[in-house]
Design a protein around this ligand. Structure first.
Ligand SMILES: [Ca+2]
Ligand SMILES: [Ca+2]
Ligand SMILES: [Ca+2]
Length: 225
């Protein structure tokens, strides 16, 4: 590693002495160096990465392995995210149905693999007597991520929702919802289904995304309805 850095530095210095296009040259040199030690972003550097990983070994071996086996830009996390693939609303991982008694909510662990991974989950929430429909989710992670909750009333159209301390959002499929970003984002929706005749049962979609490049960000998601 040290040798490679030294070589790159030397090369940059030599090139520095020869040309005016310093920035451009350094940029090219950098991207080549990064490609051999970190998860590549192009298939071209993926080839060079998997070739060089055999001789590099050491601490970067897991990263090299992931880049060699990954079919896209996502780093491979260890342990892997068993709820994948869940990268779209249609592919949302189905959680157990729950009622609006808050104690019926659950908690689980998952992983954002890189900054391109998107994790979708959904459950069916049933409105029962003597409980209050307040679809809520909170994540706990070591790094920032974005958490969104989208709702779809089971009966009739879903009215606009009030986002308390969070930001209004629409899902790709057009569901209304709210988002918040941070290490411990919290989203709560006070849901009333206008056409439900008092029944506020709804399908709830939760999305976690905007992780960190080349990092596996583990998170815990707590939710209730
Ligand atoms: Ca509730
Ligand atoms: Ca994931
Ligand atoms: Ca995913």
């Amino acid at each position: 590693m040290k040798n490679r850095v030294l070589a790159a530095t030397t090369a940059a210095m030599v090139l520095c002495a020869c040309g005016d296009d310093v920035a451009g040259t350094e940029g090219d040199t950098d991207s080549t160096g990064v490609g051999t030690s970190f998860d590549p972003t192009t298939s071209a550097s993926a080839t060079s990465s998997s070739t060089s990983s055999g001789t590099t070994g050491g601490p970067s071996s897991s990263a090299s392995t992931s880049s060699a086996t990954s079919s896209d830009d996502l780093p491979v996390c260890n342990p892997p995210d068993e709820m994948e693939p869940n990268n779209s609303e249609d592919d949302a991982f189905q959680l157990d149905n729950i009622t609006d008694e808050d104690g019926a909510g659950q908690s689980f662990d998952s992983i954002l693999a890189g900054d391109q991974d998107v994790d979708w989950f959904w459950y069916r929430g049933t409105d029962v007597a003597f409980a209050y429909v307040d679809p809520t989710a909170m994540a706990d992670a070591e790094m920032n991520l974005r958490l969104c909750v989208f709702v779809s009333c089971r009966v009739g159209a879903t009215p606009p929702v009030d986002c308390n301390n969070s930001i209004d959002a629409l899902s790709p499929e057009g569901l209304v919802g709210c988002c918040q970003t941070g290490k411990e984002p919290y989203v709560m929706i006070d849901l009333t289904c206008d056409e439900g005749g008092g029944d506020d049962s709804a399908d709830v979609y939760m999305r976690v995304d905007r992780g960190q490049p080349d990092r596996c960000v583990h998170y815990t998601l707590d939710y209730h309805f």
